[in-house]
Design a protein around this ligand. Structure first.
Ligand SMILES: [Mg+2]
Length: 239
């Protein structure tokens, strides 16, 4: 018997012994994953490269659809912003995936303060591009498609959002094509804002949306796109 196998058997025996002796625990299937373990899993998903690979897989499928269409028609691509066009990984990491809308956030010696408030983070304009989505954006632009950004960010964040997009490499889009929620709008689901915006693009502007890309199901619900692309986001949920 190998020493590694011996060690594994010894460990199992030890654990079984503990369980028999004095541990009472819920059946494993009934207990949610430990929060600290969840945080470690999320970090590993990102750091291992699997997150990027999954982004590349989905955005790559969207690129194939975009590449399939001829130039010269009124074709559009719709992109969500957070965790679709731009990455808030640095903020999420600083906050251990908690959400602090109103806290301050500063860069000190190249490191974010903790907690890092969501709106203060947006105001830093430091979110880098999700690289596979930037590649998709550039392909759509090169093929003469109109790219719309539809975001749950509010109008009050228009200037910082536009500057961040440009700094991250999203250049050449029309400022009118950044569609943001009015400051007084608070909808139960992001789809309540986003689907009517797509309807307006299709029915009023006369475009065909060949690809709608988002990291939340609520980015995609409600139709008005030929193809929907759901990027991975195990980090937070927006109804
Ligand atoms: Mg998003």
């Amino acid at each position: 018997m190998s020493s590694r196998l011996s060690l594994a058997l010894a460990l199992i025996a030890l654990l079984c012994g503990i369980a028999r002796a004095d541990v009472v625990a819920p059946p494993p299937a009934d207990e949610p994953v430990n929060l600290a373990v969840s945080v470690a899993l999320l970090k590993n998903y990102h750091d291992s490269g699997r997150y990027l690979a999954d982004l590349q897989y989905v955005d790559g499928k969207a690129e194939k659809i975009v590449a399939r269409h001829a130039s010269g028609k009124k074709l559009a691509v719709v992109l969500d912003i957070d965790e679709t066009a731009l990455s808030n990984w640095d903020e999420m990491l600083a906050d251990d995936f908690a959400y602090f809308p109103a806290a301050p956030c500063r860069l000190v010696s190249g490191k974010l303060t903790s907690p890092c408030g969501a709106h203060a983070w947006d105001a830093l304009e430091k979110a880098p591009a999700i690289r596979p989505t930037l590649a998709l954006f550039r392909l759509a632009e090169a093929r003469g498609m109109r790219v719309f950004f539809i975001t749950g960010r509010h109008e009050s964040e228009r200037a910082v959002t536009a500057r961040n997009l440009i700094a991250a490499g999203y250049v050449g889009w029309n400022p009118r094509d950044l569609l943001m929620e009015p400051d007084d709008m608070h909808v139960p689901s992001a789809a309540d804002f986003k689907a009517p915006e797509r309807k307006w693009i299709v029915e009023k502007l006369g475009y065909t949306i060949v690809a709608n890309v988002g990291d939340q199901w609520s980015d995609l619900a409600g139709g008005y796109a030929e193809h929907d692309f759901k990027l991975p986001n195990p980090f937070y949920h927006i109804p």
